[in-house]
Design a protein around this ligand. Structure first.
Ligand SMILES: [Zn+2]
Ligand SMILES: [Zn+2]
Length: 334
């Protein structure tokens, strides 16, 4: 099969992903073989490529995978040939530790990420345990469904952990794939949403999707925020977001890694008054499942910008530069 493979970490500008032929994987016990049609792109891939996360090299990246079940390993009972399925960031967890038993499998110390510890969707085929795949609701096209699997599902977890309630004000810092889905969910929930981003195109999209205000990261929003979610890969956003919070407000940090450090912060000005900071680590299967049903019900339709799999290097450079509107999705040729 054809795949874009990462053999060593380096800046994405050096275009490290290589277009290669590799053997098509075969499904083991309780695994399904998926013929991939679309795979979303995520900032996490840039963290892996540039070495802020340590993938098992060589690796096929990609954890927002949509495709059809093409083969069944021994003992598969949950899926049939031809089912349309999705695969998300959570590839496996031990199932036995206290985190797994309490529904926090995202914190399992044996957590494995798709496209990081196991091969992902930047390829024509992939295999996954039947316990870590999800049926895709009919109303979404393959490309629309792909970003729901990370940008959407993790956004759902961010919003849950923010504790936001109907009628409250929510700030979104950065307006990429995840935030443009979260704004739709938050408005559906009855929140007023303020968007902070440098990109004029992203501000226009935010207003179109129902944000009541959009400005720059240093600008003052018309109202104080009960909650803020920081989607940006940079450290400087943290003090801006804390400054915008109401007393007792909570900042949720959605990214796995920041590209640069959080600057020193004045405790009295930015953190006192019972403000909280919470990070979000990975997702659970429940997040993915619940979010897919909710997205179909609302409905949430992601804005997608499509690229061909062979163009993944150039598309990821655009993602790093913040030049993608909504979510970037790779189409897989067959
Ligand atoms: Zn992701
Ligand atoms: Zn575990």
């Amino acid at each position: 099969m054809k795949a874009m493979i990462l053999k060593e970490t380096m800046p994405i500008e050096k275009e490290p992903l290589q277009w290669v032929d590799v053997p098509t994987p075969s499904p083991g016990p309780k695994e399904i073989l998926v013929k991939v049609s679309a795979c979303g792109m995520c900032h996490t891939e840039i963290d892996e490529i540039e070495g802020r996360l340590q993938p098992n090299l060589p690796i096929i990246l990609g954890h927002e995978i949509v495709g059809k079940v093409e083969g069944l390993g021994p003992g598969v009972t949950k899926f049939a040939q031809g089912d349309r399925v999705g695969i998300a960031w959570i590839n496996s967890a031990c199932g036995k530790c206290q985190f797994c038993k309490n529904g926090n499998e995202n914190l399992c110390s044996e957590f494995k990420g798709t496209g990081c510890h196991a091969h992902g969707g930047y390829a024509q085929y992939t295999v996954v345990s039947e316990d870590f795949a999800y049926l895709i609701p009919q109303r979404f096209s393959d490309s629309e469904a792909a970003p729901l699997l990370c940008a959407g599902a993790i956004g759902y977890r961010d919003l849950r952990l923010s504790g936001i309630k109907r009628g409250q004000t929510l700030g979104l810092f950065g307006f990429g794939a995840s935030a443009h889905i979260v704004v739709q969910m938050a408005i559906h929930l009855g929140c007023e949403v303020f968007v902070f981003t440098r990109s004029e195109e992203h501000r226009t999209l935010a207003r179109k999707l129902g944000a009541s205000w959009a400005g720059g990261p240093e600008d003052e929003a018309p109202k104080k925020l009960y909650c803020a979610i920081d989607f940006t890969p940079v450290g400087e956003t943290v003090p801006h977001a804390l400054r915008a919070l109401e007393k007792g407000g909570r900042l949720v940090m959605a990214v796995i890694r920041k590209r640069n450090p959080i600057p020193p912060m004045d405790y009295a000005q930015l953190l006192w008054d019972e403000k909280e900071i919470k990070s979000v680590a990975n997702i659970t299967r429940k997040d993915a499942q619940e979010f897919l049903s909710l997205a179909a019900e609302i409905p949430i339709i992601p804005e997608v910008q499509e690229f061909r799999l062979e163009e993944a290097n150039q598309a990821l450079i655009l993602l790093k530069q913040g030049k993608i509107q909504g979510a970037g999705v790779l189409r897989i040729p067959h």
